[in-house]
Design a protein around this ligand. Structure first.
Ligand SMILES: *[C@@H]1O[C@H](CO)[C@@H](O)[C@H](O)[C@H]1NC(C)=O
Ligand SMILES: *[C@@H]1O[C@H](CO)[C@@H](O)[C@H](O)[C@H]1NC(C)=O
Ligand SMILES: *[C@@H]1O[C@H](CO)[C@@H](O)[C@H](O)[C@H]1NC(C)=O
Ligand SMILES: *[C@@H]1O[C@H](CO)[C@@H](O)[C@H](O)[C@H]1NC(C)=O
Ligand SMILES: *[C@@H]1O[C@H](CO)[C@@H](O)[C@H](O)[C@H]1NC(C)=O
Ligand SMILES: *[C@@H]1O[C@H](CO)[C@@H](O)[C@H](O)[C@H]1NC(C)=O
Ligand SMILES: CC(=O)N[C@H]1CO[C@H](CO)[C@@H](O)[C@@H]1O
Length: 337
């Protein structure tokens, strides 16, 4: 079964945020919105996931049964060493390598998202490769070499001390590696390590402090997944297996090989779960009104308090006091002074 490979081959120190193309769960944190069916775990070791992915808890339909692709076989009984989600290579002052770790990840059924992830390497004597297979093997990657700490631009991953590149489409399987040209000789004091990782775009923002150590120990990766083999139109015909729940909408995959569900505008959460798409209270999250804000399912309404007029919106007319002729004149005089 495809699902069983997932966990055996996945390093345990991983947070895989399994996201749709819209990266739903990267904006919704797990403790605010329920991500799995009631009674179902959302993690196996350090792998976290959301419905339709699920483990085989007894008596529960924790994953989407129509497809094995969503079954996560959780075997945490073995106490294997846990490699990091990033690969790292460090040197001591004599140029000796103190840690090296090549990494490979296999996700059998869904590719890691080319649009939503980046391959990033950090270091001043560092080249990092990303190799994958698409029929035959390909290798891509980036390199960064710098002699002086003062050349490194804080806050910018632009080639000096940090480089990044995009990920090829349809990477179901990849290995990443990191190496150095010169064992960090001459730069060891400010940069003892080089490291590389795949992460959700925007997760990592490079700072010069990161030349010593990675600032994280888990990395979110976005996987492109969909409900396979059906179009929205076909799927809707069978209400028992149709996956999009209330306040969500169905979208066909570009290649026609499946569909995805998305919460309607004004809602957020997991569209595959009952009551998964929850109303967003715009009055609190985006505070769009200057006047009175009324939250509505999927939207909101702005109005003005008594004695004032307008649309009550920050991006609109706002609210202006309704002023009697007499009072208006007196304000006029004050302004005229
Ligand atoms: C290991 O699996 C058991 C049973 O499935 C579960 O109760 C436990 O929380 C798991 N441990 C970890 C660290 O995930
Ligand atoms: C990844 O590395 C393993 C072990 O060295 C190798 O068997 C596999 O072919 C590599 N895969 C890719 C896509 O390079
Ligand atoms: C890591 O991968 C690189 C490139 O594939 C290889 O040169 C190096 O020997 C590997 N290191 C280990 C420890 O496997
Ligand atoms: C680099 O930028 C980060 C975040 O903006 C800041 O916390 C850090 O102190 C800066 N480091 C240096 C050496 O300026
Ligand atoms: C809907 O799907 C279920 C499960 O695959 C199947 O048993 C049932 O016959 C289908 N119903 C219709 C109307 O096709
Ligand atoms: C749902 O999606 C379809 C096509 O993808 C679109 O035509 C329709 O307007 C959407 N409905 C809502 C309520 O967003
Ligand atoms: C960061 C984190 O949650 N790490 C955990 C990964 O899993 C191992 C074993 O399951 C835990 O010991 C770590 O704390």
């Amino acid at each position: 079964m495809g699902g069983s490979m997932l966990l055996h081959r996945l390093p345990l120190r991983v947070v895989l945020l399994l996201c749709s193309l819209v990266a739903l769960f990267s904006v919704v944190t797990a403790d605010v919105v329920q991500t799995t069916k009631p009674g179902c775990a959302n993690r196996c070791g350090n792998l976290t996931f959301a419905y339709p992915f699920g483990m085989n808890n007894a008596g529960n339909d924790c994953y989407f049964k129509e497809s094995d692709a969503f079954f996560i076989f959780c075997d945490n009984s073995t106490d294997t060493p846990t490699p990091y989600m990033y690969t790292k290579e460090c040197y001591n002052s004599f140029g000796g390598s103190s840690y090296n770790n090549n990494l490979s990840l296999i996700i059998p059924d869904f590719p890691i998202s080319s649009a939503k992830n980046k391959f990033i390497a950090v270091g001043c004597d560092t080249y990092a490769t990303f190799s994958g297979r698409q029929g035959s093997t390909y290798v891509t990657g980036c390199l960064s070499s710098c002699e002086s700490f003062s050349d490194v631009i804080n806050g910018s991953c632009s080639g000096i001390g940090c480089c990044e590149t995009s990920i090829p489409r349809d990477a179901y399987q990849y290995n990443i590696s990191v190496s150095s040209f010169n064992n960090h000789a001459g730069i060891w004091e400010f940069n003892p390590c080089g490291y590389a990782f795949v992460a959700e775009d925007g997760f990592f923002s490079f700072s010069t402090d990161n030349l010593h150590e990675p600032p994280f120990d888990m990395v979110p990766i976005v996987v492109d997944w969909l409900i396979p083999d059906q179009t929205c139109e076909d799927a809707k015909k069978n209400t028992t297996t149709y996956m999009c729940q209330e306040n969500s909408n169905c979208t066909d995959a570009e290649n026609g090989n499946g569909y995805q569900c998305r919460c309607l505008e004004g809602f957020q959460g997991n569209p595959y779960l009952q009551n998964g798409c929850q109303d967003i209270n715009e009055c609190v999250t985006s505070q769009p009104c200057v006047g009175i804000c009324t939250n509505l399912p999927g939207s909101y309404n702005c109005s003005c308090p008594e004695g004032s007029q307008g649309d009550g919106r920050k991006d609109g007319k706002g609210c202006t006091p309704i002023i009697h002729e007499k009072r208006f004149r007196s304000i006029d005089i004050v302004l005229g002074q």
